[in-house]
Design a protein around this ligand. Structure first.
Ligand code: AHR
Length: 512
């Protein structure tokens, strides 16, 4: 049995919980859109052709904001192709994913779906093959009330009121050589600055996200952020970072500590923001938008899937990166959410990439069922329970050594609190032993345990267990029985199972 101690106090607030921290991502890639959210012939299809079974799961997952339409796809996308009468929309090659894009779903259809799902749209513009004029035109089409050619065209296409999209990404992963229209930091920084300037002239109320690094291992990481921010800091509101993690052979320990890697990545970007802000004599907050994050088996993608993908047939919605997630993956997704909450003073938006079928918490089969992957549960439970303020969570824990991140705490935690409720998000990174967590609540007394749930290996202890089409409910959270609260509410003890993610909801004493 391992041990850790967690202390919280109501006065020690990191930041208010940002609802946009629980975003997700729908790219025109693989089966995310076609046979994912949209499948007109499906038995559950709505009159608009969207899958009701998937929509119900999206509502249960509870994302707040969805990035759209890419991803790498956006860097070759002509938005004009995807509006207007469907019969007139051209079919195009999508060079990013070696696919055929039919444009059956475009901005209007996606916005209707987003309304039904209750999510905000985060729209990306193409700064790969296109530039200032097309980005400004799309923004005018989407957000200008009426009386111009583009806004009148939107109305003629069926949307009288503006889409009123608040958050816009200035391109995608422009630092990556795989990106259509890949640029140097200097080239991208200049283009992003001029695009931002014009977009803010079209609609000064939008929030703009400039593209940071595609991952922390990029050779240009750091210098990219600095150069891009030097050009854009006065014109944008956020800078993105993308972070995917995977279990490398024989190194479960580092994988389980992925949250430590994300903490450091965020810290490094925050430091560059601060340095550029000071150097330019500005008093301005630039948020970090972690607008792609997840577990993704990229080794398999690079070694097995990638080549056939780019040399094979052109298909309309091929099966691409439909990773099947196991228990360890779900624990890491829960840890990454803890990291995002912990860094809420700098990170105000984040998007689990992606939503359906493509490295996604929700899977669906054409003309078949839709189900929850293991990673669905930590996301859904966190997105639904994290409210109020993020409190600083001080941890003293037994540790272990990792190859990638050095010595790491076995326990990890984030805490949120409202006047009514205190919620603990907890991880035990030990793959072998349970961990007893003593929680010091003297600074935030609790009244009662409202609920306690944990996700860990199902009976038999198989951490590789998954949910799949023929066993859709093998992995799911169960009640965590070993939670005790002192009579005066100032201390609690939680026994965390080996390799687990847990959520404990306590009523606040004043509200008990
Ligand atoms: O989410 C899948 C892909 O990962 C996105 O298209 C791209 O932005 C990233 O490299």
């Amino acid at each position: 049995m391992f041990h850790a101690r967690l202390s919280i106090t109501r006065d020690d607030i990191v930041a208010p919980v940002s609802p946009r921290l629980f975003g997700s991502f729908v790219e025109h890639m693989g089966r995310a859109v076609y046979t994912g959210i949209y499948e007109p012939g499906h038995p559950t299809a709505t009159v608009d052709g969207f899958r009701q079974d998937v929509l119900d799961l999206v509502r249960e997952l509870n994302p707040s904001l969805i990035r759209y339409p890419g991803g790498n796809f956006v860097s070759g996308f002509r938005w004009e192709d995807s509006v207007g009468p469907r019969a007139d929309r051209p079919v195009r090659l999508d060079l990013a994913w070696h696919s055929v894009e039919t444009n059956e779903v475009g901005l209007h259809e996606f916005a209707d779906w987003a309304d039904a799902a209750g999510v905000e749209i985060m729209q990306a513009v193409n700064l790969g093959t296109r530039g200032i004029a097309e980005a400004a035109a799309l923004l005018e089409y989407a957000n200008h009330p009426a009386g111009t050619a583009l806004s009148d065209q939107r109305q003629a296409n069926g949307r009288t009121e503006p889409f009123d999209i608040r958050v816009w990404c200035l391109g995608n992963e422009m630092d990556g050589p795989w990106q259509i229209g890949h640029k140097t930091a200097e080239e991208y920084g200049r283009l992003a600055a001029e695009t931002a300037r014009v977009m803010k002239w079209v609609d000064p109320t939008v929030e703009l996200v400039v593209a940071g690094s595609s991952n922390a291992e990029m050779p240009t990481f750091g210098s990219w952020e600095r150069t891009v921010l030097e050009h854009t800091i006065e014109l944008v509101d956020h800078i993105s970072l993308h972070a995917y993690y995977e279990e490398k052979p024989g190194d479960l320990g580092s994988f389980l500590a992925s949250g430590v890697g994300l903490d450091r990545f965020i810290g490094d970007v925050a430091q560059i923001i601060d340095e550029v802000t000071v150097a330019q004599g500005l008093d301005k907050f630039i948020g970090i938008s972690v607008d792609e994050w997840n577990v993704w088996d990229q080794t398999r993608f690079n070694e097995v899937d990638k080549e056939p993908l780019f040399t094979g047939d052109w298909n309309t919605h091929p099966r691409l990166i439909e990773d099947e997630y196991n228990v360890s993956d779900a624990v890491v997704v829960g840890s990454l959410l803890i990291s995002l909450l912990r860094n809420s003073d700098r990170v105000n938006m984040a998007n689990l990439a992606q939503l359906v079928n493509v490295i996604a918490p929700i899977r669906s089969e054409p003309n078949g069922p839709a189900w929850r992957q293991t990673t669905f549960f930590p996301f859904a439970l966190t997105a639904t329970a994290a409210r109020g303020d993020v409190l600083a969570a001080t941890i003293h824990s037994d540790t272990y050594d990792t190859r990638a991140h050095g010595t790491v705490d076995l326990a990890d935690a984030a805490v949120t609190a409202t006047d009514e409720e205190i919620v603990l998000f907890l991880v035990n990174r030990s793959s072998t032993d349970p961990l007893t967590l003593e929680v010091d609540l003297a600074g935030a007394p609790a009244g009662a345990v409202l609920s306690a749930q944990s996700l860990f290996a199902p009976e038999g202890g198989d951490r590789f267990a998954t949910n799949a089409v023929d066993h859709q409910d093998t992995v799911h959270p169960v009640e965590l029985s070993e939670v005790t609260l002192a009579d005066d509410g100032t201390a609690a003890t939680v026994v965390l199972p080996a390799l687990s993610w847990s959520i404990v909801r306590l009523s606040a004493r004043s509200a008990a």
